[in-house]
Design a protein around this ligand. Structure first.
Ligand code: EPS
Length: 388
């Protein structure tokens, strides 16, 4: 399975084509829309989300509520486009028109300057329109379809926010994915620790007032993943590596770790490896899950636990020094509109990327033409590995 996305932040619409999903997966537009709504929310969002009500239109690959096995096209319209029709129009315009909303002042930390140099864009808007987190809308739509497929295979995934701007959740127990989902959904910052929610919100509000932005840490957990997705046999077949790449492809994400992650550097081997046991009901399992569900680039059957860090959004009200590409003069960058924190929204996106990679890995290993066959095959496989 693969997908591509297209679309500019203030262009007409965002599009994705998903290729390689089996035939027969139930599709419900409302389910996709509710995932899109999750991504739009969260404390710290700016003015743009008041303009958009993201809803999907399916224009191919689905008939009578089920996938056909042919490419699926999903479209999300940008409601803001009505305010940008000439600026983002397809037709040539006069030089005078071209100057309107032209960007010559690159923001530090955004793709503006390097993208402009690389593609020789005289107007940096040509870069920022595509290098905008708006693009992740349709990734979440793809993931909603994948999520439904994985749910039917009893694979459950949820994300939650561990930290925003240095304010940390305190989690003393191991939560199931169901519990994580329930608590994160109830929280405006997607934090399962309700005691810390107010402090996180306060931090976001303070930051906004100061014209600044903050990042955070997100954890995604997946349960009941079959043993042996991914492979040790080739560098690019390792599923933890693929998940890491997928997460780092999200705008502003700078790091990924699995299980104990970077803490492993200070631990003994005996504290990191997960001891193996077997029982008739459960088959093989581990006494702990320090490795976050992976050994040799393959899923162990234990929950996948992946954490990632998002840097603060580079679009700041508080100006930073930069250089105008026309005059080469220094200036202080300023903006009209920004999110002070998009960490809760980014949590939905990280969850989406893990979902997509897991769906791809399932379809790499098992039947990928007929969903009914896939379900049967996975059931048989789960029974077989218990007896290995
Ligand atoms: C973004 C800037 C803001 C964000 C946007 C990402 O948009 P605008 O420039 O229209 O104010 O709201 O995020 C989204 C639109 C979204 O859907 O998440 C940027 O520069 O990356």
């Amino acid at each position: 399975m693969r997908f591509l996305t297209a679309g500019e932040s203030h262009g007409k619409e965002l599009t994705t084509i998903i290729d390689g999903l089996p035939a027969g997966i139930p599709i419900d537009v409302n389910e996709i829309n509710s995932e899109l709504k999750r991504r739009q929310g969260g404390h710290g969002r700016g003015g743009r989300m008041k303009i958009e009500t993201d809803t999907v239109e399916i224009t191919s690959g689905v008939r009578h509520g089920k996938t056909l096995g042919s490419p699926i096209t999903l479209i999300v319209k940008n409601d803001d486009f009505k305010n940008w029709q000439t600026v983002m129009g397809i037709e040539e315009v006069s030089d005078r028109e071209k100057k309107k909303r032209r960007v010559s002042k690159p923001r530090p930390g955004h793709a503006d300057l390097v993208g402009g140099i690389k593609y020789e864009h005289d107007d940096l808007r040509n870069v920022l329109e595509r290098s905008s987190a708006r693009e992740t809308t349709v990734r979440v739509a793809v993931a909603a379809v994948c999520k439904r497929m994985l749910a039917e295979l009893e694979i459950d995934i949820a994300g939650h926010v561990l930290e925003i701007g240095g304010v940390k959740a305190e989690i003393t127990e191991t939560l199931t994915v169901k519990e994580i989902r329930k608590r994160a959904e109830e929280s405006s910052v997607r934090c399962v620790d309700s005691k810390i929610e107010a402090a996180m919100k306060e931090k976001i509000d303070e930051t906004k007032k100061a014209g600044n932005t903050i990042g955070g840490i997100i954890e995604v957990v997946a349960e009941n993943v079959p043993v042996g997705l991914g492979s040790y046999t080739q560098w690019d077949a390792k599923l933890d590596g693929k998940i890491a790449q997928a997460i780092l492809s999200i705008n502003a994400f700078k790091g990924v770790e699995f299980g104990v992650g970077f803490k492993a550097s200070a631990l003994y081997g005996s504290e990191v490896m997960d001891e193996i046991v077997w029982s008739k009901e459960k088959g093989y399992y581990r006494m702990s899950n320090h490795l976050g569900g992976f050994e040799g680039g393959m899923t162990t059957g234990m929950p996948i636990v992946v954490r990632s860090v998002m840097k603060p959004i580079p679009t700041l009200y508080k100006p930073l020094m930069s250089v105008d590409i026309d005059t080469k003069e220094p200036f202080k960058a300023s903006v009209e509109r920004s999110d002070s924190s998009a960490v809760p929204a980014a949590c939905v996106i990280a969850e989406a990327m893990v979902t997509i990679e897991l769906a791809k890995a399932v379809l790499d290993k098992f039947e990928s033409d007929s969903f009914e066959q896939l379900k049967k095959e996975i059931k048989m496989y789960r029974n077989r590995v218990r007896e290995f």
